[in-house]
Design a protein around this ligand. Structure first.
Ligand SMILES: Cc1cc2nc3c(=O)[nH]c(=O)nc-3n(C[C@H](O)[C@H](O)[C@H](O)COP(=O)(O)OP(=O)(O)OC[C@H]3O[C@@H](n4cnc5c(N)ncnc54)[C@H](O)[C@@H]3O)c2cc1C
Length: 391
């Protein structure tokens, strides 16, 4: 299952495909696999060389595990020895509360994304690594995409393009076409460290909340410490990412991790954003590229993979015969599927910026921990993946 069929030659000039998927994160790799399994010819490209790490809390929620199971990939977490998570340790100021977690697992993004990519390649997906894509024009039959790798340039003509490029500039080169970033949005920061003595036990997920942001700490399948944070960009002015993390941890009486660096500090663009449109002519956006809130509930991969499963039949229908109703169908599905899931994050986002509120909530949970159960269960549920569309 975890074969290494990754590098393929791009060749030169022009290529035609049913579907081009840009971005080999959980959204892109799973969408490409599902389309290939439905019989489509799929080209998947990513600007990165794999395996690659990315900023993430590394937690597969129970909902994410359910989505994997539903597409026959339920064995991946076990094969990767993903660490089962049993306890959520929430800290703010002097308050700390331990809550039971159900069904989530921790796994490094380098291993997990590589496994999904391998599964896609095994289903017949063609993959170009180190290949950066930029959206071009449409004609009557195709969407054109310019793909470049080092000095090579290829124009890919695809009947349908999936934008699974995650946060950031996406496929659209021009400023102003990438949608909106919410004012005051936090950014992501993360690294993997090999501090075996740091007081985070395997199976514990620590969330440390402070005025400047929050930090998640978890041990991955190798026992390394995955550190991921959402912070106010102003906290980074004139200082280094590790110092921002140190100050958030010390506000709760915790020392900074001291081990050697396994994956170096990385940042993300602003987290809370929405694209100008989730679908356009011969184009669907999915995963973080279709909009993101904040990672506190650890559901991003679940949303990304749910949208991948849902978009596959639509992409195939569009490759066969494009019509404008496909755009409307995806926009409607996307809004309905993620409305409830993202509402929780929207409520939490301003609350997390009020330390007195968080500390008050933790004081209450210290007395009645059961009050957190509905929240933890809700966060674990996957969004609806079925799509009522008939061509
Ligand atoms: C601090 C933090 C903590 C988080 N914690 C969790 C968590 O614990 N659990 C969870 O489920 N989610 C978490 N998330 C969210 C999760 O990381 C994302 O939701 C998830 O990675 C989205 O997957 P994706 O496939 O949409 O995008 P990505 O995983 O970002 O993949 C996008 C891919 O597109 C490629 N790409 C981009 N532009 C181009 C281009 N022009 N050409 C070619 N390739 C391109 C990139 O190289 C990348 O590989 C967290 C996020 C942050 C920031």
């Amino acid at each position: 299952m975890l074969a290494a069929a990754v590098h393929l030659e791009m060749g030169a000039g022009m290529a035609r495909r049913d579907v081009l998927v840009v971005g080999a994160g959980p959204a892109g790799s799973l969408a490409a696999r599902e389309i290939a399994r439905l019989g489509g010819s799929v080209l998947l490209v990513d600007r990165a060389e794999f395996p690659r790490w990315k900023v993430c809390g590394a937690c597969l929620s129970a909902g994410a595990l359910e989505v994997l199971e539903s597409v026959g990939l339920g064995e991946i977490p076990g094969a990767l020895r993903a660490e089962p998570l049993e306890t959520l340790v929430l800290s703010a100021g002097k308050r700390r509360v331990r809550l039971p977690l159900h069904g989530a697992r921790a796994v490094s993004r380098s291993a997990f994304d590589r496994a999904l990519l391998d599964a896609a390649c095994e289903s017949g997906v063609e993959f170009w690594s180190g290949a950066r894509a930029q959206l071009g024009a449409t004609d009557l039959e195709y969407r054109h995409v310019h793909v470049s790798r080092e000095s090579e340039r290829v124009e890919v003509r695809a009947r349908v393009v999936l934008d699974a490029t995650g946060l950031g500039r996406g496929l659209t080169p021009a400023r102003g076409e990438n949608g909106t970033v919410r004012a005051g949005s936090r950014i992501g920061l993360g690294a993997v460290l090999s501090d075996s003595t740091y007081p985070v036990a395997p199976g514990d997920l620590h969330m440390v909340v402070a005025p400047a942001g929050y930090v998640g700490l978890v041990r991955d399948e190798s026992g390394d410490l995955n550190v991921a944070a959402a912070v106010d960009p102003s906290a980074l002015h004139g200082t280094r990412p590790d110092r921002v993390i140190t100050s958030i941890l010390s506000s709760c009486g915790l020392e900074p991790p001291r081990g050697s660096v396994v994956s170096a500090w990385q940042g993300t663009p602003a987290l809370t954003r929405s694209p100008a449109e989730v679908a356009g002519e011969r184009l669907f956006r999915l995963g973080d590229a279709s909009g993101y809130v904040e990672p506190f509930t650890g559901e991003g991969m679940c949303w990304a993979m749910s949208s991948a499963v849902a978009v596959a039949p639509l992409a195939l229908a569009g490759a066969d015969h494009w019509e404008a109703s496909l755009t409307a169908a995806w926009s409607a599905h996307h809004a309905a599927a993620l409305r409830t899931a993202r509402r929780l994050c929207r409520v939490l986002t301003p609350a997390l910026r009020r330390p007195w509120l968080v500390q008050g909530a933790l004081a209450t949970l210290q007395v009645v921990p059961g009050l957190a159960t509905p929240f933890v269960r809700r966060a674990a549920r996957p969004p609806e993946t079925s799509l009522a569309y008939s061509a």
